[in-house]
Structure formats: C-alpha cells, structure tokens
Design a protein around this ligand. Structure first.
Ligand code: OSB
Ligand code: MG
Length: 371
C-alpha cells in the first residue's frame, strides 16, 4: 500500500477561546489557525492542524508564515510523490530549514491518511499501546491569586491529574506558595515561557521548597547551556519546551544535563515521526516525557492523544477536554476528559470525525491545491 495524494485543502479558521489565556508574553482570546485536509486517490481524508499562533511570541512561526511555507515550498515537494510510509515525509521536507509547525501540520494529515488506509487507529500506527491516557490542565496567569485558586479548585474537582500554572517575575514564588498551602497534595508544576535568566537563580531556588513536579522553560527560548547550570543548582526538575526542536536538540540537552523532563509538542519538533524519535531517545536515557499543548482545536488534540499512547509519556500532558477551550469544537465526538482520563478512540486514523458544519462555521478562507 502506498499513499497517492490528489488534493490538499488549507482551511483557515478563526475561533474564540472560552476564556482569555495569559502567559508571560501576553493574553489572547482569539485563535486563527489552519486545518489541513488531504484527500488521496481513493477518497480517504486525512487531517492535520497547524499550531502556529498569529504572532511570533512562542516561536518565530506564525499563521501567515505557515501558509507561505505550506503553499509555496512544502506542498510542491509532495507533488507527484508516492509515499510508502509517513516516516518518509520528514525526509521529503528536509530541503526546507525549520518551519516545523508548517511541516508538522502536513505530516500529521499524511499519518491520518496512512492509518485510515490500514484501517487502524493512529495510536496503533505510531506504536502506542495505552487505551487511556492521563491528562492535566494548563492555567494561564490570573488577575489575582484568589482567581487562580478558584480555577485550581475547579479543575482539581474535575479530576485533572496535574495542574500547570504559568508564572512570570512578580507572580511566582509567593503565588505558588499560596497555591501549595491550599492544595498540599496536588501535583503542581510551573511554566515560565522563558521569563527568567540565570541572574534569577537564587530566586528560582526558592521553588525547591514547594514540591513542584517541575519547572518548564524557565530560561531563554533558545538556550540549553544556562538551563544546565540551573538544573545543577535546583532540586526541582527542569523541563524543556521552547528549546527543543529536534531529536538532535533533545540529545544535546540530555547530554548537557539541561533538563530531567522533556515536553514534546508535535508542531514544535516538526511532526509525529520526530516526536517518536525524541520519545524513543528519552526512553533509552530514562528521561520522562509528556505531551504539551498549543490551545489546539479538535484535530490537533486528536493527534496529541494518539502520540501520548506511547509508553514513555509517563507524565500527564496538557491535553484537556474540548470544552475547556471551546464552546463548540470542530470534531465529533468532542474530546471528553473524565476524572483526568481520556479514552483513546479505536476507530481508524485520528478516531474523531470532522464536524463539517462547525468547520464551515469557523472557516474564513480555503485554499485548494491539486497535487
Ligand atoms: O508553553 O506550554 C506552553 C499555550 C500556548 C503556547 C504555549 C504553551 C501553552 C500552554 C497551554 O501552556 C497548553 C494547552 O492547554 O493547550
Ligand atoms: Mg510551555
């Protein structure tokens, strides 16, 4: 069996988050992104989602650069290609430097087509074995600690397996101490999105009293050297997010001792194939991994669920239920979280149907390309 693509549709969507989400970089409530629909010669449809944001605060990619890369460089590379296995897509895209989120959006759709052709769940195609996954939730910066405590209470009650809290200078140790006082036994972690430098080392050391699962990306988005210095000085495990774009980055970070944990985001590392490679290396080296989130709609969420079924995803990830983000998601059924658990769908491919009505409602433009 091989994959021969006939058509690729780039659907540009605009959706409103239920609640504004604030990080150390700013607040957003509206999300614009691409859903990729690939149709093969037998009419099988595979879906991918680009996780790039409208502005380049998290990484250099944006919705607009993704469109440019997909349309003008990446899709032309797929033209007239017969693909035997989705693992080959990474190689096909290798003439193009970086732009991992654009590559990943397309690669994810190829994986979905592949699994649907074989009539197996995407999780199985990836080599995942878990039938259910444990998930946590990521909470943005709140106006007051009281607001935050209320949110933590809500999601602890709902059964989420860990609570991640965004931090920034001035909203960190004291706030977390307060959260810890109210929730002495809850698995809690903090995500700084690069808001600190080594000059804050003494301050960050205070986190060691709070029994946090980890601190995520405390230092620069492109650093693995200072993180090694920090990790050597902290008992709290350091987890890298923004700094890891590839298997090679992961290898170097592990060798340097820059982290004890890696957050794998499919888009950030260029796709499911690279995600699997990082997972396998982490497993070999005894590094724990978990699946990070990018405020995805249902298609991206489905890919995250499938990836998380791999065995070294031993820590709960960011993949909360659809309703935490959206009044209405674009898949049927929506992603449901019950007591912190998602049951992995066993239908072929991503295991969720596109909700065509919702897709139409949220689409602002579609580009159809024949391949
Ligand atoms: O750093 O993990 C991050 C959201 C947008 C961009 C970056 C991050 C996040 C989150 C939320 O933490 C994850 C989610 O709920 O999807
Ligand atoms: Mg992060």
């Amino acid at each position: 069996m091989t994959i021969s693509l006939k058509q690729i549709k780039l659907h540009r969507l605009k959706m409103m988050l239920n609640d504004p989400f604030t990080t150390s970089f700013g607040t957003f409530q509206e999300k614009e992104f691409f859903i990729i629909e690939m149709i093969d010669e037998d009419g099988i449809r595979g879906y991918g989602e680009s996780v790039a944001f409208s502005s380049p605060w998290y990484s250099e990619e944006t919705v607009e650069t993704n469109f440019h890369m997909m349309k003008d460089f990446l899709i032309p590379l797929l033209k007239k290609k017969v693909i035997a296995h989705p693992n080959e897509v990474e190689q096909i895209f290798s003439p193009i430097k970086r732009n991992n989120m654009a590559k990943s959006a397309l690669e994810g759709a190829v994986w979905d087509v592949y699994a649907k052709q074989k009539q197996i769940p995407l999780a199985e195609a990836l080599g995942g074995t878990k039938r259910q996954i444990e998930v946590g939730i990521s909470l943005g910066i709140e106006p007051t600690v009281k607001d935050l405590l209320k949110k933590v209470e809500t999601y602890v009650q709902e059964g989420y397996k860990r609570i991640k809290i965004k931090i920034k200078p001035g909203y960190d140790v004291d706030m977390l101490r307060e959260v810890r006082r109210h929730f002495p036994d809850t698995p809690i972690m903090a995500d700084a999105n690069s808001a600190y430098s080594l000059a804050d080392l003494e301050h960050l050391r205070k986190l060691d009293e709070l029994n946090l699962m980890m601190i995520e990306q405390p230092l620069a988005h492109d650093d693995i050297v200072d993180h090694a210095t920090l990790q050597a000085a902290l008992r709290t495990p350091v987890c890298l997010d923004e700094s890891i774009h590839s298997l090679e980055d992961a290898r170097k970070a592990i060798e340097l001792g820059s982290c004890k944990i890696i957050n794998i985001k499919i888009g950030r590392v260029g796709g499911l194939t690279e995600s699997k490679k990082i997972h396998d290396l982490a497993k070999e080296k005894g590094i724990d991994v978990w699946c990070g989130g990018m405020l995805e709609a249902g298609i991206g969420r489905a890919h995250n669920i499938a990836l998380t079924t791999l065995s070294q995803f031993v820590l709960p990830g960011d993949t909360a239920g659809s309703s935490r983000y959206w009044k209405k998601d674009i898949i049927k059924p929506e992603v449901e979280v019950e007591n912190g658990i998602i049951h992995v769908p066993n239908k072929p491919g991503i295991g969720y149907e596109m909700d065509e009505e919702a897709l139409k409602e949220f689409t602002v433009a579609t580009e159809t390309i024949h391949v």
